[in-house]
Design a protein around this ligand. Sequence first.
Ligand code: PLP
Length: 414
Amino acid sequence: MIEAKPAEAAATSVAAPTRTDRIIERAKHHLLQNYKQQPIVLVKGEGPWVWDAEGRKYLDLIGGIATCALGHCHPAVVGAAKAQLETLWHASNVFYTEPQIQLAERLTSAFGGADARAFFCNSGAEANEALIKLARRWQHEIAGNKQRSEIITFEGGFHGRTLATVTATAQPKYQAGFEPLPQGFVYAPMGDLDAVKRLVGPQTAAILVEPIQGEGGVRPAPAGFLRALRALCDEHGLLLLIDEVQTGIGRTGTVFGYQVEAIQPDAISLAKSLGNGLPIGAMVCSDAVGKALPSGTHGSTFGGNPVAAAAAVATWDLATAPQMLASNVHNGALLHQLGASIKARHPGRVVECRGRGMLFGIEVDSGAADVVARCRQNGLLVNLAGEKTVRFAPPYVTSSHELTEGLTLFERSL
Ligand SMILES: Cc1ncc(COP(=O)(O)O)c(C=O)c1O
């Protein structure tokens, strides 16, 4: 990661500090320094393009990290959010508001017909917290298994930054220093069914898994693995929880990422693309399991906020339309094809291309953070996933021509 120009250097340089220099300087004094931020200030976006404070244009193939499904400022989403903003901003969940119900209708029917329920929150971590609470309470109160509290998750996974979700995230680098961590999480290597079986016991409540580990380096679950987990859950009375925060809402070419296998999870979490960038998360579960969280057991002040929900309804209708899903499949194949030819031209440098649909990763042999920085200097925004993988999560509206341009810029930055 390239660091922003230090204050002393800016002061002694002949050129006057730019608007970017001044904004970054203020950020360094006033923002918690918890992010490794790239040294540009974004001020405008349209489709898969963004502009910085110096007027430089970038092809944004990371889209708010798998969030801006329809690209920046999509007119349908802007229109829906604006109309709602001018009507009713917020009401609280002690009252009904219609955008939330319109969104719930869409989510539950895609998840499994009338027999499903949606809960709204504001982020992926909160959606996963809801999954965790749901699983424990279902085992304790509905299934009558007071001892079943433990959740099995996978090495390399990512589920959020709250204390429970960072503990579900089986990556020591995210957990270090935050001890004591909550109890009740155990970890298996991704794809290792025997290891999962060894972890299952009378204390196990659920299995939580991503269809593709996004933050972990764009690593799809091996073929058949989700189906095998479903069978294991059925055999032992466990809930199968799928984290769809990064893979949901059409990104991988199916409405939900788990649909790559013919399985029905008990509950899923959503966020990121759901509001096309407005903060909204959701937990969707079967009605039977949802009975574990009756009135008063869980909630969120802002969850399902009318503006975010109206934006999400508009996003959903376009992002999950059959032609958009087909386009994501087609563009995913294009990304793999372009990635394969780059790999052929740079043997050893490019290790592997992975992903599905509009979630794609290129693993390089070393210096992935430097590649990401050079991409930015060359006008392409991507980011680092895992230690060595450059992640692409393009808006679905990115054309084949723009994707080809993006991969050309990537190759130049290797
Ligand atoms: C699979 C997955 N789950 C959960 C999260 C956490 O989401 P949020 O940052 O909205 O809390 C992320 C974020 O990257 C994610 O990729």
